[in-house]
Design a protein around this ligand. Structure first.
Ligand code: PMP
Length: 395
């Protein structure tokens, strides 16, 4: 049965993490995985998450099945968070999923059912798991221009020239905030333009929100999504709580679809749940219980959003220090692009070969496309990182 199956491509991030941990040099900087670490290089466990976990343990809840749609109170509370408590025209259906990844897959399955000829447009570049998930769902994909590799800024003209040519069989996958891997910002004007184009060309916007609170704040980071939700008739949204609650391994997420009628919304919701039902029957509930407890307990919600603000301040500080160091060591302001971006990631203007040189010669680990996780840079290593990058890219 299995003798002739092809081996899948290996996972770049997992491979690089392993290479970095096997690197026996005393000095190395691992900026590969997209996890927020504290100053001791440990994945941060937020205080609010710890307290919610303890509250739940004390309450002695049972571990019964939650149903394929998941816990609908959690789904509603998360929807309110993601939409910054604003209401939108139309009917939103939602289900709980295993992470944002599960949310994306549930949406893609429903798109495939609704229109097997749909094509998913992803930004060039995009999050490493987007394209494999689209392929696994049996849908076609293509890339739209996003980053200008010379300036490392948004290729605004390239992006809009492409989007304005799309039509009703097209789905445009956008990142709600903090684009992974580029960190590039879409302005409120860009979001308005996207929303209007969706209305005129009838492409479906599919927004992946995985970093709410990592750019300018919980409410501010919802602005782009709200602009689109208030303009278009239909919208798909997948949400990850992995980063902003730091509950990576608990697998906490959701999928939502905005529809013009209640009847459509109910059918869509039932179909969204089929992905869970036919893959793992019901979504995992421990992490969703924690997130729900935080969102419905005002003191915990405040504690959590304060912690998130501190993360935000720290990342902004790293961006500023990194830019200052690049200015100092390069004598120019090319790397100021890092300051105009948002979230945990930035891309270095380096080829795959140069990223490999960084690993081999300097023990600096980033992804092949140049992505580095800023939140993982120890402050004392900024100068080392900057001089290594300059040595490799400007040799
Ligand atoms: N979307 C984006 C843009 C991401 O960066 C990630 C996580 N790296 C995900 C989705 C997946 O999130 P989760 O771990 O919740 O499945």
């Amino acid at each position: 049965m299995f003798a002739n199956i092809p081996a899948p491509a290996s996972d770049e991030i997992i491979d690089l993490m392993a290479r970095s941990s096997n690197d026996e040099r005393a000095f190395k900087v691992d900026l590969t995985v997209g996890v927020y670490k504290d100053s001791n290089d440990n994945t941060l466990l937020m205080k609010a998450v710890k307290e919610a976990d303890q509250l739940l343990a004390k309450a002695g809840r049972n571990k019964s099945y939650v149903g394929s749609k998941g816990d609908l109170e959690y789904v509603q509370l998360l929807q309110e968070l993601v939409l910054a408590n604003q209401s939108v025209n139309g009917y939103i259906s939602g289900v709980q999923t295993a992470g944002g990844s599960g949310g994306l897959r549930a949406i893609l399955d429903v798109i495939k059912l609704a229109n097997p000829d749909a094509k998913i447009w992803v930004s060039d570049p995009t999050y490493a798991n987007h394209i494999p998930t689209i392929i696994a769902a049996g849908l076609a994909y293509e890339e739209y221009p996003f980053i200008d590799h010379k300036t490392m800024m948004l290729d605004e003209q390239g992006m809009f020239n492409r989007l304005e040519k799309l039509g009703k069989n097209d789905v445009v996958l956008l990142h709600g905030s903090c684009h992974n891997p580029s960190g590039l910002r879409l302005t409120s004007q860009h979001w308005q333009q996207i929303a209007q184009l969706s209305n005129s060309t009838h492409f479906l916007p599919l927004i992946d929100t995985a970093y709410q609170g990592f750019a300018d704040g919980l409410t501010e980071d919802a602005a782009g999504l709200l602009t689109v939700a208030n303009t278009v008739e239909r919208l798909a949204l997948c949400v990850s709580c992995s980063k902003n609650f730091g509950v990576y391994s608990d697998r906490v997420g959701a999928a939502y679809i905005l529809s013009p009628t209640e009847e459509e919304a109910n059918t869509v919701q039932a179909q969204l749940a089929i992905m869970s039902k036919t893959t793992y029957w019901v979504p995992p509930s421990n992490g969703a219980e924690i997130v729900k407890t935080i969102l419905k307990t005002p003191a915990l919600k405040k504690m959590w959003s304060d912690e998130l603000s501190q993360i935000n301040v720290k990342i902004k500080g790293i961006r500023a220090k990194l830019c200052a160091a690049f200015r100092q060591h390069s004598g120019d302001n090319y790397f100021d692009y890092i300051l105009s971006q948002e979230g945990m990631f930035a891309m270095l203007p380096a080829s795959e070969e140069q990223m490999e040189l960084l690993r081999v010669d300097y023990g600096v680990y980033g992804l092949n496309n140049g992505r580095i996780n800023l939140a993982s840079i120890p402050e004392q290593d900024i100068d080392y990182l900057v001089t290594s990058v300059l040595a490799v890219t400007r040799a």
